[in-house]
Design a protein around this ligand. Sequence first.
Ligand code: NAP
Length: 399
Amino acid sequence: VSVSSLRATPEPLRTALVTGASGYVGAMSVAALLAEGAPRVVIPVRARHTREQVLHTLRLELAAEGLGELDLEARVCVVPWSALEDGSVRAALGPEPFDLVHCAGSVSYFATEELEQANIALTEQLLAFARAAGAARFVYMSTAFACGYVDTPAPEALLDEPEGDPTHYTRSKRRAERLVAASGLPYLILRPSVLIGDSRDGRYAGKRYGLYQLWMGSEKYLTKKYFPVCHAVAPKARVVFVHQDAYKRAFIAALRRLNDGSVMHIVSQSGSTPTMREAQEMWFERTMRPQEVHYYPHVDDVPAYKLDARQRALLALASVNLQIASRHWSFAAPTLAALESEGLAFPHVTLDSLRVCQERFVRSSERLRDYHATYAHLMPAKSRGIDVVPAAVAEAAHV
Ligand SMILES: NC(=O)c1ccc[n+]([C@@H]2O[C@H](COP(=O)([O-])OP(=O)(O)OC[C@H]3O[C@@H](n4cnc5c(N)ncnc54)[C@H](OP(=O)(O)O)[C@@H]3O)[C@@H](O)[C@H]2O)c1
């Protein structure tokens, strides 16, 4: 994608119908739309959510951005999902053209029925609604991992079937993308990698995904006693996270500048992106600080049978994500590069910005505070890091 294939004049933001706004990515997307001047946002939610809850989350996020007076009462309309069927959503959207931004979805990796319902059936339902209601554009929130396991950089195009998938989730997102592209509607497909906290203050309102799963798992399993030796899966592959503020900026830039039918990776992969090994080392230094940390390139390299039950439990909890992190993922991101060359400020993940997120997490953890108070006297000034070479690799090198 060259700069010339972006829209020369940015489009104004339209009113939007945003699904999934009771969740993390949807809420971030709505906050960005409101901050950047979308006239109105209509949000369908399931019965367990109230309007006040949804507005509260948005107010917190906007206040953290220093934005207080955005007239949410008038600009945000929260409706039940049934409003999509009885015509009241159309009324809430008003007569102006609108974008349908579809962020609702399941990220339950292997729950096939739930994935079918939330990622396939729901997308079909929303495409039908968008067609009937005359949506100006359908914006689908996919994932960078929709490409599955491939050997070449994932293209910003519809994806072929890969040699394999890390989860059923990635397969379902790839299928949903195809439904969107075949719908006949003008569309954008956005593919963020894994969102982490804001690059400036580390705030994070999402669930236990990515690094947060590891951090919360360590907090849960490794703080009951001091482990002189810890074991960690820490491939020397670069992490593929994206800061939530970077996501919001890229999302808005995509709505304003991309032509219909575009696919865009929203990923952080600059030369200064740290490796998982560096991220893990920074974590152990700041938190458990054992005498030694044994670092393994892959989950399968860890001698799980030798581990204490708690370290094994942590490994089991994070095992799928660690397997995914052990691969060298590569996503072609020419659109993001073109937008950056046109002035988009996109804070890529660096070791320092990751430290900001980690610090926010550590400081808000009572367990980690107690752990430090109890075990500081056992901690060395610096843990010794040992890179464990898997037996097979060592043998091959020997031969
Ligand atoms: N988080 C990330 O780093 C990331 C990265 C790339 C892509 N994504 C994509 O972004 C989307 C949202 O992820 P998230 O992290 O925001 O997850 P989340 O916090 O769990 O939010 C999921 C949202 O989808 C809604 N939803 C799920 N199933 C639904 C159904 N059957 N009917 C109606 N609404 C349903 C949820 O509603 P309830 O609140 O009622 O459950 C919630 O609003 C997913 O499609 C995911 O693929 C996320």
